[in-house]
Write a protein that binds this ligand. Structure first.
Ligand SMILES: [Cu+2]
Length: 475
């Protein structure tokens, strides 16, 4: 009975979307339209792995494989996945844990697996140099050394990152610490603490993933007409009438989303990429560019028997239906103080580095050069605070991601007041509007290695693969 209502509502919602209310402003770029779906399935919650403890080390075993996934009813879609059929399990890590993540590559091609947001030695970073050949394994082994946050893992192979992610390779890494365990936040995984990776995809007439960007789409973004959440199209989730926490990852290749709810109610952002915010920030819309994360808390305590939709206001498309069907079994009350954020000191003679983002006709550059595997672009001294000024010289959007560290955003277009409140946590990826300049406060700590580089790059994956990436060593 209830199930039939879900399907009926979904058909209605799909019809509404197809009638034009959900038209995509990027629609001109979409050359194939995906099979229509009436599919209403529960939101998949990635399996939570805590690792197997052996001799003081938590071991995680992940297999990168070809698979088939049911995006559509009665059809299977070829995918890449980690352990399952699309995306991968969530790894739960505690600060100070010794861990080992063993990736086995069962694809027919080389890939890599990078821990995005992880503060780890360069050889454990899983960047373009840590290749995993078919049938071979690679282990990232390190001591977790950072504040509670929501990170993720994904391939980072030179020139192939976009395609490998598009086929389904990505998963969450949740880090908890003593502070996060004490906070009165929703923390029952999959019940009131929900991981949510937002993506858009193109499917061909045979319901197969279509990754075939033109030069224009490499520059302007490879946008899909089908929105998916945790690998499902138009899913629903049944929730308790209480505060619910979502750990949201923009896992798309090149789409910037404006996330919010269809009734435009407010919610609180509690964390950005690499830390909690000092205190919750009230929002009605949340901009997330590719690779960025935000944890939010939405209060559903007055919404029993109601449904609301989580959507992207930018393209007016829905990702997920929230159905408040259950009474609350536990009460949480959003704390006003979440964490203390330490700002790196800024000495009078602070070093400035400039990174200009530019390019044309499918070739993208940072400081005038495209990524080359054998070139170290920057040498950064350990334990010294620097200002990295990133200038978008183009009329298109970009972002900028730095491996190994977190940074704080000091200014946008020369003004501190242009930095939004919800961007004042620790970040590893910063959005840049067309022709915008940002100033970042950066400091490399703990891991010195003059031979093995980290990456900095645009996280619009088509841009990264087209050369908008560079390498730095910490010495
Ligand atoms: Cu870019």
């Amino acid at each position: 009975m209830q199930r039939r209502e879900f399907i009926a509502l979904s058909v209605w919602a799909s019809a509404l979307l197809l009638s034009g209310c959900g038209s995509n402003s990027n629609g001109n770029d979409t050359k194939t339209s995906s099979p229509q779906t009436e599919n209403t399935s529960p939101l998949p919650i990635p399996q939570l792995l805590k690792g197997k403890l052996e001799n003081g080390v938590r071991h995680f075993d992940l297999t990168i494989q070809k698979s088939k996934h049911s995006f559509f009813r009665d059809t299977k879609t070829d995918t890449f996945a980690i352990n399952g059929t699309y995306l991968g399990p969530t790894l739960l890590l505690n600060n100070d844990d010794e861990i080992s993540i063993n990736y086995t590559n069962n694809l027919d091609e080389i890939t890599t697996m990078h821990g995005h947001g992880m503060h780890v030695p360069a050889i454990m970073d899983g960047g373009p140099h840590q290749k995993i050949k078919p049938t071979m394994s690679w282990s990232a082994r390190y001591k977790v050394n950072q504040k509670a946050c929501t990170n993720w893992y994904h391939p980072h192979l030179m020139g192939k990152t976009a395609e490998h992610v598009y086929m389904g390779l990505a998963g969450f890494i949740i880090i908890e610490d003593e502070e996060s365990k004490q906070l009165d936040l929703p923390k029952r995984y999959g019940i009131d603490d929900i991981p949510l990776v937002l993506q858009d995809r193109r499917f061909d007439a045979n319901a197969q993933i279509d990754y075939s960007p033109t030069m224009r789409e490499i520059m302007h973004g490879y946008h899909g007409d089908t929105y998916i959440a945790n690998g499902a199209i138009d899913p629903f989730i049944e929730l308790e009438a209480k505060e619910i926490r979502f750990r949201i990852l923009n896992g798309s290749n090149s789409s910037v989303y404006e996330v919010g709810f269809d009734d435009e109610r407010s919610f609180f952002q509690i964390a950005s990429d690499n830390s909690f915010l000092a205190s919750p920030v009230e929002l009605t819309k949340l901009r997330l560019s590719p690779g960025e994360r935000a944890e939010i808390v939405i209060d559903l305590s007055m919404d029993k028997d109601k449904s609301i939709f989580l959507k992207d206001f930018k393209n007016n498309k829905t990702f997920l239906k929230l159905m408040v069907t259950k009474d609350s079994t536990i009460k949480t009350s959003l704390p006003q103080n979440l964490t203390t954020l330490t700002k790196f000191d800024q000495p009078a003679n602070i070093k400035n580095r400039t990174f200009t983002l530019s390019g044309m006709r499918g070739v993208l550059t940072i400081n005038g050069v495209s990524m080359a595997m054998d070139v170290i672009n920057e040498r950064v001294p350990i334990d010294q605070t620097e200002i990295w000024e990133v200038k978008n010289l183009m009329n298109i959007e970009h972002n900028f991601h730095i491996h190994a560290t977190h940074f704080m955003i000091l200014e946008r277009n020369g003004l501190e007041s242009n930095v939004a409140k919800n961007e004042k946590g620790y970040k590893d990826t910063v959005y840049l509007a067309p022709n915008e300049t940002v100033k970042l406060l950066v400091r490399m700590v703990d891991y010195r290695d003059k031979d093995n580089p980290y990456m900095y790059h645009c996280h619009f994956l088509e841009h990264e693969d087209a050369g908008m990436m560079g390498q730095f060593v910490v010495e």
